[in-house]
Ligand binder design. Structure first.
Ligand code: HEC
Length: 123
């Protein structure tokens, strides 16, 4: 009987310990930019309405954006913060500019996720 209580106590102790470790781990995971998070942000913020993977709709395709940004070594994060000029289709910049009001408010981690997602479309 005593042994069982001891075991139970050890078990409770271990599970409490795990509990307290959790938030920190989740926090660390939350701060790593990933393509998957970029995809979710891209869909949630309606970017897909104007940007399709491989064809021009209103905005340039993701393939075109990725290819040009890689070739020109452009900085998508800076563009989305409205700190860099457009390099893909500057003549159409006015249609894109309004979206920068949204992306400007995002965290660096969110913008880096979007960048990873966009660049993943280069051929
Ligand atoms: C109303 C349509 C529209 C929406 C919505 C839209 N875009 Fe655009 N986007 C454009 C157009 C048009 C261009 C081409 C003009 C340009 O190159 O700036 C463009 C260009 C871009 C470029 C290339 C910029 C460059 O250097 O030329 C990026 C990156 C981009 N969009 C990302 C996004 C992201 C991320 C979102 C969602 C937050 C988004 N767009 C939402 C229309 C849109």
């Amino acid at each position: 009987m005593k042994n069982k209580i001891l075991l139970l106590l050890v078990f409770v102790f271990i599970s409490c310990k795990n509990e307290s470790n959790k938030p920190q781990e989740e926090n660390q995971v939350a701060q790593v930019p990933t393509i998957e998070k970029g995809l979710v942000l891209f869909q949630e913020n309606n970017c897909a309405a104007c940007h399709q993977p491989d064809q021009k709709v209103i905005g340039p395709s993701l393939q075109e954006i990725a290819t040009i940004y890689k070739k020109e070594k452009g900085d998508i994060v800076a563009f989305l913060k409205q700190e860099a000029e457009p390099i893909v289709d500057p003549a159409m910049y006015e249609s894109m500019k309004i979206n920068l009001q949204v992306t400007k408010m995002m965290t660096d981690e969110e913008l880096q996720s979007l960048e990873l997602y966009l660049l993943s479309h280069s051929k």
